[in-house]
Design a protein around this ligand. Sequence first.
Ligand code: GLP
Length: 238
Amino acid sequence: MEAVVDALDAFLQTRVQQQEFRPLGLATGRTMEPLYAALCERLRAWPTPHLQWLREHWCSFNLDEYVGLPAGDPRSFAAYMQTHLTGPLDLPSNQVRIPDGMASDPSSEARRYSTALRQAGGIGLQLLGLGSNGHVGFNEPPSGVDSPCRVVTLQAATRIQNADAFGGDSEAVPKQAITLGLQEILSAEVIHLIVTGSAKAEILLAALLEPSTDLVSASWLQQHPQVHLWVDDAAFAR
Ligand code: GLP
């Protein structure tokens, strides 16, 4: 994780030097937890004026949120971000943007969120994890290369993958989510894909080596000019 933190640290230092902040695209999930912990530690060691500038100008857009979970629900991605990043770095929470899982019309919330991202300049640096079915964000297969921010129905495999946060009960995992689409993700200037653990080895190979297909959302990353891939030995063992 230190190498990814180095890359993020350098990216953010450049933003401070250039006094310019293009939104970060942020992911949730277990893969990101050690990364956020190491990043917070690194940033808290920055000179105070730099860290203060970063706090004031922070702008990030999370990939996704469950439909039907309020931000105060500990299982929401909003709560995840508060625990792992916003709280530890003392960031202004309204500058850590996340789709509203409680919006009365989730589809119009997805459109609003996408518009807000576009108005903020689109994503500069995007962090991505990988789902066991090859999803990025919650772009469940099939997801086309032009798929926009939208409401998606989660596959059984995804609800099982994410059941830990719901007491191990995949039935308790919400059935729908709002996710940035491949359209917004692939518009990022630079993407960092982080994959850990042997359970992801097979789908990672498919994403990297098979021709791009709607059936493996991450395979569309092959079309992007600047993807950095960070894997541990277990995920790259095959
Ligand atoms: C989740 C999230 C993704 C995340 C991925 C991997 O469902 N929607 O943004 O990157 O699946 O999760 P984990 O790191 O817990 O394996």
